[in-house]
Design a protein. Sequence first.
Lengths: 189, 176
Amino acid sequence: MEPSDEELCKRIAARDADAFELMVDRHQARAYRLASSILGNEADARDVSQDAFIRLYESAGGFDGRSRFSTWFYRILVNLCIDHQRRNRWWRRLAPLKTPGGDDPDEHAFDPPSSEAGPEGEAMLKQSIRRLRPALDKLSPQQRAAVLLQTQEGFTSREIGEVLKCSEATARVHVHRGIAQLRKLLQND
Amino acid sequence: MATIHPETEIVPYLRGELSADERARVVAHLEGCAQCRATADASSAMLSNLASVIDDVRDPDWRTYRAELRRKLRDAGESRGRVSARWPVFGWPSMAMGAAAVAVLAIAIVMHRGAASAPAPEVDQLELQQELSSTDVGLLANYHVVEHLDLLENYDVIEHLDELGPGDNRNHETSS
């Protein structure tokens, strides 16, 4: 039987390298994808998600089990993403974000996602994501994190509040404002 | 009578997060409010689109990713080891010198404040307040916006408050 995240965390606190490997293997894809969605940059997502695992290794003993492990770990990850963005804020203003697919900063191209809706549906999905990505970058870090934790990780408002260290009501406000802002940005686009 | 639109509860409603009471209240409101129904429809579409953003992220080569992580972890451990190895030699004397410097600085500040506070003229608080209130403070024109801001998250808006138009009202209450 697979050990739970909480059990692995205890073993990591006791410096069990195998437990750490297993934990990384279990969460690397979700952590990387969430960081990539928040940061909009794959190289940064790689660095920041790796840093989150290092923090996990260093502070596993601090996990008290009162919340779910995933909530605790994503709090570390999201905080690192927000810190990273704040540190790079001045630079981002000078140099627009680059996403894979081209040198044109306005061309937020991605590889075509797999879609069962055929080429037409695929093209529409690609187009809507192309517009959504730069709009996401315009949200505040908290709004972006709240919206992505909800839509991509399936976190409830209470769990988002735990990650962002705010009340459930404030988490709902972050999500509401984020979605409203995205709609506004896409309407004006 | 003012109608409060349950704006922040629409997404939790769509995601099935609400309690039975909250859900019933939102459903009842949606039945009578076309504006919130439109918001709910648009939010639902937006949530669906957002979910596909993550599917669009390309995975790195995980073997390389984990090799980099192991190297970073080793570097972090070595760097911590170097720091902790230095502490027994340089740590306590450095800390003692630092504490002494802080104490000297604190005494100097207290003495300076004591000297400066003696001749300070009395200020008529009421007069000062009146003078301030008669001053044209441009930002107060947008106070209704400030009221709805989380200071930490909306620094962009705060930075550009002076660019907001008079019609940019974020009050979500409407009269019915």
